[in-house]
Design a protein around this ligand. Sequence first.
Ligand code: DGP
Length: 114
Amino acid sequence: MAGCIFCKIASGEVSAKIVHQNDHVVVFRDLNPQAPVHVLVIPKKHIENLSSSEETDLSMMREIFSAILKVTKDEKLSADGFRVVANDGKNGGQTVNHLHFHVLGGRPMSWPPG
Ligand code: DGP
């Protein structure tokens, strides 16, 4: 989608520290990391957020969760655990309107979030 920064990362037009990608998803390091490991998992297809996703996107969700499992293993997060976050819309605090899952790890997390 024109003007979408994550579409530009997915297409290679904008550079990012990519740690994994395939035909469906890209995983890259967050520009403003909130933990020792902080990556974003996105679909290559532009979907605004979870609220905008449809039944037909479920196979893509499978790809996303497969990528999340891969990256948590690659980044050695599985033993101590990690957090997966999807901010959705205004109340969710979403700032980039292209579906993304934050994967955070490498330190203990607190709860509840702000
Ligand atoms: P959210 O608030 O859930 O929409 O988080 C968006 C995240 O995207 C935020 O943690 C910072 C990250 N981000 C924004 N622009 C860029 C970018 O150009 N490159 C990278 N690597 N991350 C970005």
